[in-house]
Design a protein around this ligand. Structure first.
Ligand code: FE2
Ligand code: FE2
Length: 492
């Protein structure tokens, strides 16, 4: 059993009532660190996909153990017996888990004893820290390392080839659409369903990020516009959060950057562990839920022109927030729903708040929302080529978004975002597929001639090489006129 002074790690199916959570689980307010588990809460945890192990507190003294026991069933002896039974039964299995996790954490664990040494490696200016800040710094450093470990785990999950991945995404859009109805009808079970969907979504898209970004553009389910849109926003949120966490970890480990306590806190706030990525993905899936309530059949060619429509658009963020507020959920997730059209410079709506008032999830969600709305057909505005949209976000709208988030997105999607169509100097038309390490341009897969005629063989071209350079950015309407089947070539 992995044990230190504060927690033990056990399998979810071995949880017993009376255990105290040592970490937040999922988007639920009822599953925060410090919660004493009841039978029904244990069932909830066991039903969440992707959570196999949880950290629970180890009891350092009898008083804590008694208090926990009293709260659960008032029977101290019975409770103590349960705890010892549980520990005995789980010992063997937990030992093997413990070894694995111990190995994983060995190179990462920071303590108050070694924090100075770690600080020297990372150039953290501890002379400017008071004692409380030093203790806080230990927690921050460990939480950042945990987040990075969890991201490595997500990215190391099995790769899925494009066709099965696309089928999973199409099914997910349908499941999300069904869940929307449950949420609108105030069913708490819909929150749990959606959380399961988000958790498996992260395990599928995380290790297949390039393919996910690519395939999101061919999810054409006009009758499920809102679920489709929400899934696209969610893909951008997850890929940006993962890339941002990597950027922040590199910043933390870079000895040429001196860090004070303030900078450490900023780095921590821009670092996302698995649970936080689930919360962010969840917020992305429900951010426009009010539209489902008032326009159940909304499609991308809906025209919202009447005064009532305009009023609905203006209030949709706060109405979506109120709709989600009735559920037992993490407040920060709901706050991000409320703020998904806010900008860091205070120029957004509904409240015009600045970054200082943002939930941890707001800055990424509002960026992802803006990018998807600029690039995908929708009832609100005309669209731009993804590269043109990126340029707009990086110039005219730069003050509205966090610079690190813009950088994270350009790294995860490149300046010709994956799935964008281009005409090359060689006269071929193709779409961007995978990132090229160290370049802000991706590989282009040539699939058609400039006339729209399909090529016999599709070839990957490096756009930084002469002859393959990008000549023109193409939008869907241009491509459709050349060859109405063009999107079928993406899957192969
Ligand atoms: Fe919105
Ligand atoms: Fe939206």
């Amino acid at each position: 059993m992995l044990q230190n002074s504060t927690f033990i790690v056990i399998e979810v199916n071995k949880l017993k009532e009376g255990s105290i959570l040592a970490e937040d689980i999922g988007v639920y307010d009822s599953l925060k660190a410090g919660t004493i588990l009841t039978t029904s809460l244990i069932k909830t945890i066991q039903s969440i996909n992707g959570i196999d192990l949880v950290k629970i507190r180890s009891f350092e003294n009898d008083f804590e153990q008694e208090e926990a026991a009293k709260k659960v069933n008032g029977d101290k002896k019975h409770y103590k017996q349960k705890i010892s039974d549980m520990e005995e039964k789980n010992l063997d299995h937990a030992d093997s888990i413990s070894n694995k996790i111990d190995k994983m954490l060995a190179r990462r664990k920071v303590t108050i004893e070694n924090v100075k040494e770690v600080g020297e490696d990372k150039n953290i200016n501890f002379d400017s820290f008071d004692n409380n800040e030093k203790g806080e710094a230990v927690k921050i450093l460990n939480s950042i390392e945990t987040a990075m470990t969890q991201i490595e785990e997500i990215e190391s999950k099995p790769k899925i080839s494009k066709e099965p991945l696309l089928n999973k995404m199409i099914k997910k859009v349908k499941d999300v659409d069904d869940t929307f109805l449950g949420l609108i009808n105030a069913r708490q079970s819909a929150v749990k369903n959606l959380e399961n969907i988000v958790s498996s979504f992260i395990d599928e898209t995380g290790p297949n990020m390039d393919s996910s970004i690519l395939l999101k553009d061919i999810l054409m389910q006009p009758e499920k516009y809102l679920a489709n849109h929400s899934m696209n926003v969610s893909i951008i949120c997850v890929s940006t959060a993962i890339e941002l966490t990597k950027i922040m970890t590199n910043k933390l480990n870079d000895p040429s950057i001196q860090k004070d306590f303030h900078l450490l806190k900023i780095i921590k706030n821009k670092t996302f562990n698995r649970q936080e990525i689930i919360k962010l993905g969840f917020a992305a899936f429900v951010h426009d839920i009010y539209f489902k309530k008032i326009y159940p059949d909304m499609s991308s060619d809906y025209k919202l022109t009447s005064l009532t429509d305009q009023s609905n658009v203006e209030k949709h963020a706060s109405e979506s927030y109120h709709l989600m507020k009735q559920f037992e959920m993490d407040y920060h997730v709901n706050k991000a729903v409320l703020q998904h059209h806010e900008s860091i410079d205070g120029s957004g709506f509904p409240d015009g708040v600045t970054e200082r008032m943002f939930s941890k999830y707001t800055a990424i969600l509002s960026f992802a929302e803006r990018y998807i709305t600029l690039t995908h057909p929708n009832p609100f505005n005309s669209t731009l080529h993804p590269t043109t949209a990126m340029k707009k976000l990086l110039t005219v709208e730069r003050n509205k978004f966090d610079t690190d988030i813009l950088l994270a997105f350009t790294r995860s999607a490149t300046m010709v975002p994956i799935g964008s169509w281009v005409l090359m100097e060689n006269g071929y038309i193709g779409y961007s597929t995978n990132r090229i390490e160290g370049s802000n341009l991706p590989i282009i897969r040539a699939v058609m001639k400039s006339t729209g005629e399909k090529l016999g063989t599709f070839e990957n071209k490096n756009p930084t090489e002469p002859g393959n350079r990008i000549d023109k950015l193409l939008q869907h309407k241009d491509l459709f006129l050349l060859n109405k089947d063009y999107q079928k070539y993406v899957c192969y």
